[in-house]
Design a protein around this ligand. Structure first.
Ligand code: 9UX
Length: 72
């Protein structure tokens, strides 16, 4: 059920920041499950590849104001 995507996040400075990202990811069709870790600076996302690709997911995160780099 879905594929896993991991991104390294840059710019989070408190736990509220991970919530900003999490709230954005919640609204995205095609994201099945997600976890944003602060501290740790890691986002782990389970997604449906027929609905979203990794670049689109990265853009969702960057729209919230943080930098995201696909690591896996
Ligand atoms: Mo914490 Mo993040 O006060 O934008 S929520 S810095």
């Amino acid at each position: 059920e879905g594929k896993t995507l991991k991104l390294k996040i840059t710019g989070m400075t408190c736990a509220g920041c991970s919530n900003h990202i999490s709230n954005a990811l919640k609204e995205v069709d095609g994201i099945i499950e997600h976890k944003v870790e602060y501290p740790g600076d890691l986002a782990t996302i389970q997604y449906d590849p027929s609905k979203k690709n990794p670049e689109a997911i990265k853009k969702v995160i960057e729209k919230t104001g943080y930098k995201a780099e696909i690591i896996k």
